[in-house]
Design a protein around this ligand. Structure first.
Ligand SMILES: NC(=O)c1ccc[n+]([C@@H]2O[C@H](COP(=O)([O-])OP(=O)(O)OC[C@H]3O[C@@H](n4cnc5c(N)ncnc54)[C@H](OP(=O)(O)O)[C@@H]3O)[C@@H](O)[C@H]2O)c1
Length: 269
């Protein structure tokens, strides 16, 4: 396969781990120059070093997507270094979990700050440059933004919001020549399910059976292909496609199965 992203500049949030890091590696192999943003300097610098070792080019920007000034500085740094931004992948996110009766409003607020408002800050900070390049915006939603699942309501709500936003701004940004790709993964190998409700990495085991979890390389390949084709949306993972179809065409049966599987198993108050 040729280098499909030659001369393109990609700005990726949440690039120190998981799908953000792997999508960065794959875009670099296909010729893109990268601006990578996350909070953990060591991890981010390691990803940039790996990309450089493969002959690619990546610049780390240490920032929190909730900090608009830091995000703006990262965008300014990217444009100073590379002169343009063609692709933005708003990928930074984490999951607040637990049944609603064990949580408080602040848990939902913290979840929305990163998964929704962090993503919105990323869009506003980069839009002038995407408009200039008639570029493309990738938004990380989730299959959890299509189906409500037990004990994950803050995460579900934040991802339903991302999908609503993405579907609506598809039309607004098309007006400016900017394409939007909504990326909705199922279960993918990453740090996501080892992060606690405060956003800290722990050694808690992944509750999802390993046979259902898709390798991050495969997920990133689907993301890169969807970006290349400027697809309006993509479901990453086959099990995610099945869940989405069940929800759409068999909503009652899907709700019944999920309830049956979780009944009596949720954490108590
Ligand atoms: N893995 C899955 O099964 C799955 C399924 C559906 C959707 N998703 C979505 O895919 C996206 C990527 O997740 P992943 O699975 O690759 O998880 P991951 O391995 O935990 O990576 C998350 C990335 O986001 C960064 N991040 C988190 N909060 C941030 C903040 N406030 N500011 C800047 N960066 C932040 C983390 O870096 P730092 O900690 O260094 O900041 C990390 O690089 C997320 O939006 C997630 O919700 C994942």
């Amino acid at each position: 396969m040729g280098r499909r992203f030659e001369n393109k500049v990609a700005f990726i949030t949440g690039a120190s781990a998981g799908m953000g890091a792997e999508t960065a590696r794959q875009l670099a192999r296909e010729g893109a120059r990268l601006a990578l943003l996350a909070r953990r300097a060591d991890n981010l610098e390691e990803v940039c070093a790996e990309i450089a070792a493969q002959g690619g080019e990546a610049t780390p920007f240490i920032a929190d997507v909730n900090d608009r000034a830091a995000l703006d500085a990262a965008v300014a740094g990217t444009v100073e270094k590379y002169g343009r931004i063609d692709i933005v992948l708003a990928n930074a996110g984490f999951g607040v979990t637990g049944p609603i009766y064990t949580l408080e409003v602040d848990d939902y607020r913290r979840q929305f700050e990163t998964n929704f408002f962090g993503l919105l800050h990323t869009i506003y900070a980069t839009l002038p440059y995407l408009k200039e390049s008639r570029g493309q915006l990738g938004l990380l939603g989730s299959v959890a933004g299509m189906i409500g699942t037990p004990a994950t309501s803050p995460y579900n709500a934040s991802k339903f919001a991302v999908i609503g936003l993405g579907e609506a701004i598809y039309h607004d940004l098309d007006e400016l020549g900017v394409s939007v790709t909504l990326i909705n993964p199922g279960f993918v190998e990453s740090e996501l399910r080892h992060i606690n409700n405060r956003g800290e990495l722990t050694n808690k085991p992944d509750p999802i059976p390993s046979w259902l979890v898709v390798p991050v390389e495969k997920a990133a390949r689907t993301i890169v292909n969807a970006l290349y084709r400027r697809k309006p949306d993509v479901i990453v993972t086959n099990h995610g496609k099945v869940f989405a179809l069940c929800k759409r065409f068999l909503p009652r049966a899907t709700r019944w199965v999920i309830r049956r599987m979780s009944k009596g198993r949720l954490p108590k108050l």
